[in-house]
Design a protein around this ligand. Structure first.
Ligand code: GDP
Ligand code: IMO
Ligand code: MG
Length: 421
């Protein structure tokens, strides 16, 4: 019996999960998303094309791959169908290679409105949500009100949809918020009809069956550890468990069936939306990272906040995810930096703290270690031995601090721009 391998983000999302999953898919027959929804934007670059996936697993472009949207995912049918149409323009009909869990929850048009109304009401303390309806949908899931993919096939679907919509209208009335769902609702119902050509499955049975038959399965995370509903910088987080534990609940795989856990991080750090970010740079260096790294959101286009690598947060994420190997992304973005800094501890109220604390807001000052930059272009490097010594030193330090080997180093956005040790 095979174990399920996992790829997930260790920072605040956008680490490069889409690219890594696309690169690894030739080694896996099945790719499965286990949480999140269209708040995710996973970019794939190959053959001169660029794709951003939101709900569909990043294995979809590889021949013969099976792609599963698991029960832990929340689905907006309009966004999913748009995405499918874009994929099919490049890859042809994907009906046979995309399977959707009957237990995955549906994002209703009114969930999106509730997300927007809630954010508007929060004013300055807003989460910076992607406004895709993620929070309200997971609220209805845990509140036991939600509608699921499997319900689409029920003769009572329309009645249940109407009842939930009415409930949402009641909630929306409490906000000073103008909205009109007429047009989106029309698209939504049409997309629901179109989705019926795909197989709605008991994904927990299907995934476990693949594993029992020794078929390699890769779980693809969305967001990142620091956006986890329990361990992230609450309340500035998303509404799902983004960590390895989420693989078990989001796919129905037992903890002892989890195999390799590959944790992805950027050679520096970014965050989009509000909330604590101890190593954030507000100066010219931060702006340089943003410009060179093209740090603008794949889903919302918002500029991402940029800063140095935070080893305190990274070690915390490695611990809770049980990371067995690390993958460092966007190393090339640091090509022209003369010095590179890494936070190795925090100072809080004059005391040195070397763990990620409950309080992670403005009162935290990072303690940095400085490294000499490599100051040369590494985009063309394909063998670890050919990396400049400064980069090897940087990697060795991260390995020593985290106790995890860095197995893959990404040196550019394209599928081919990768160094595997
Ligand atoms: P994800 O959400 O984790 O899949 O990451 P995103 O796709 O939101 O953001 C990562 C961005 O970095 C995308 O624009 C990628 O094309 C790009 N990218 C990925 N790896 C590299 C890399 O090694 N170097 C550079 N320069 N860009 C990269
Ligand atoms: P990927 O999978 C980066 C952030 C939002 C906001 C907070 C809550 O591409 O890495 P939500 O819409 O979930 O209610 O937003 O989480 N966020 C992400 N940031 N990458 C993502 O996904 C994100 N998904 C949500 O910006 O701060
Ligand atoms: Mg992204």
């Amino acid at each position: 019996m095979k174990k399920i391998d996992v790829v997930l983000g260790l920072q605040w999302g956008d680490e490069g999960k889409g690219k890594v999953v696309d690169v690894l898919t030739p080694d896996y027959n099945v790719i499965a998303r286990f949480q999140g929804g269209p708040n995710a934007g996973h970019s794939l670059v190959f053959d001169g094309d660029r794709f951003v996936l939101h709900t569909v697993p990043s294995g979809i472009f590889r021949k013969d791959s099976v792609n599963v949207i698991g029960n832990g995912v929340v689905i907006d049918p309009v966004i999913l169908m748009d995405e499918i149409r874009a994929i099919e323009q490049k890859a042809g009909d994907i009906t046979g290679k995309l399977l959707i869990s009957k237990r995955a929850h549906l994002i209703l048009p009114t969930h999106r409105m509730l997300d927007a109304a809630s954010e508007a009401a929060k004013g300055k303390s807003k989460i910076g949500s992607t406004l895709k309806g993620i929070g309200p949908t997971y609220m209805d899931k845990t509140g036991r009100n939600g509608l699921r993919i499997g319900d689409i096939l029920s003769p009572e679907f329309q009645a249940r949809y109407d009842a939930l919509k009415q409930k949402h209208f009641g909630l929306l009335a409490q906000y000073d918020f103008q909205y009109d769902i007429t047009e989106y609702e029309k698209q939504w119902m049409q997309a629901i009809g179109e989705l019926k050509r795909f197989s709605f499955i008991e994904s927990e049975l299907v995934v476990n069956d693949y594993l029992a038959k020794d078929v390699p399965v890769l779980a693809e995370g969305a967001q990142g550890a620091m956006l986890d509903i329990d361990f992230g910088t609450y309340p500035f987080v998303t509404s799902s468990n983004t960590m390895t534990a989420g693989v078990c609940t989001g796919l129905g795989v037992a903890p002892n069936r989890v195999g390799k856990v590959m944790g992805i991080f950027k050679a520096y750090c970014t965050r989009v939306g509000s909330g604590p970010f101890p190593t954030e740079l507000f100066d010219e260096t931060g702006e340089r990272l943003r410009q060179i790294g093209h740090e603008f959101g794949a889903t919302t286009g918002r500029p991402r906040r940029c800063g140095w690598l935070d080893l305190v947060a990274l070690k915390y994420a490695v611990m809770m995810n049980g990371v067995s190997e690390l993958i460092m992304m966007k190393s090339d973005v640091l090509n022209t930096f003369k010095t590179i800094k890494v936070a190795v501890a925090y100072e809080i109220g004059g005391k040195r703290v070397d763990y990620f604390p409950f309080e992670s807001g403005e009162e935290v000052t990072p303690v940095y270690k400085e490294f000499a930059g490599w100051d040369c272009d590494i985009t063309g490097v394909r063998k670890y031995e050919d990396f400049p010594q400064q980069l090897k030193d940087y990697i060795a330090f991260i390995e020593a601090e985290t106790g995890c080997p860095v197995k893959i180093i990404s040196v550019g956005p394209d599928r081919k721009e990768i160094v595997i040790r």
